[in-house]
Write a protein that binds this ligand. Structure first.
Ligand code: FPP
Length: 244
């Protein structure tokens, strides 16, 4: 049996932290650099934040790497982001695996280049038994698309008589999302001062605490993550019930 937590034990971290990594473009503009320079620095930040998350005892880290709406950016920027992603998946995999990180990718893979899909599948396969930190990268991801896909599958099962719509529960719905098996985020952080979810984990974040920071993503560091967790701890999570 697990020992009961002692009064003076350090408070446990949120199990699942999700991050909207925003502000790469502004970081680059402030330095008169091309936008891709901001994304490259952002990729370095992601590497450091993954290490910090492990050190802080976070079990699940999910980040918004590329949204379904990001395909509307100029072709040059999309190509550069895809090259960066390719490079990231190749260069980071060995270290992630060595550190016990399980990598998962959520989003509409059909829109990704074939070679990127192969890299993603390889990363998922190689790390599938790791348990130290569950890292989920949202790529070509949009929550509304994910929800519509789940509804489509329910509708198909209902049409063939394999499902009685009366029996659909919230748990069934959760199990039909791309995040099936991953607990809901406790804390969602967005950098760069923007205060919206931008189609990220809409269903899953129903009861998440939201923390917004002015820091641009390339400047985000372990201390900022620690500060966000401190702010999370000060919130009273009531899940719709009354406080004590
Ligand atoms: C938002 O900044 C960020 C993105 C659209 C891409 C996020 C990508 C990274 C952090 C690079 C590393 C990730 C991978 C998957 C390799 P923005 O461009 O919208 O910034 P702005 O709002 O200041 O213009």
């Amino acid at each position: 049996m697990e020992p009961a937590p002692r009064h003076d034990d350090p408070p446990s971290p949120p199990a699942h932290v999700a991050i909207i990594m925003d502000g790469n473009g502004r970081w680059a503009r402030e330095r008169h650099l091309p936008r891709i320079a901001g994304h490259k620095r952002g990729a370095e930040t992601l590497r450091k934040v993954l290490i910090a998350a492990g050190e802080l005892g976070i079990a699940y880290l999910t980040v918004y790497g590329f949204s379904s709406e990001n395909w509307r950016r100029p072709a040059d920027e999309v190509d550069e982001l895809m090259s960066l992603l390719r490079h990231y998946l190749c260069s980071e995999l060995a270290e992630l695996h060595a550190n016990g990180v399980r990598v998962r990718v959520i989003g509409d893979r059909g829109r990704l280049h074939k070679d990127i899909i192969a890299l993603v599948e390889d990363a998922e396969r190689q790390t599938q038994d790791n348990t130290v930190l569950h890292f989920t990268l949202a790529l070509s991801y949009g929550s509304r698309h994910e929800i519509v896909e789940a509804v489509r599958r329910f509708a198909q099962q209902a049409a063939t008589g394999d499902l009685d719509p009366e029996n659909i529960s919230e748990e069934d719905f959760t199990a039909h999302l791309s995040t099936a098996g991953i607990p809901d985020p406790d804390l969602v952080i967005r950098t760069s001062g923007e205060m919206r979810l931008s189609n990220f984990l809409l269903w899953q974040s129903a009861y998440a605490e939201l923390v917004f920071t002015e820091k641009l993503w390339p400047d985000f560091c372990k201390q900022d993550l620690t500060d966000a967790i401190s702010e999370f701890r000060q919130r009273e999570r009531r899940y719709g019930a009354t406080g004590v």
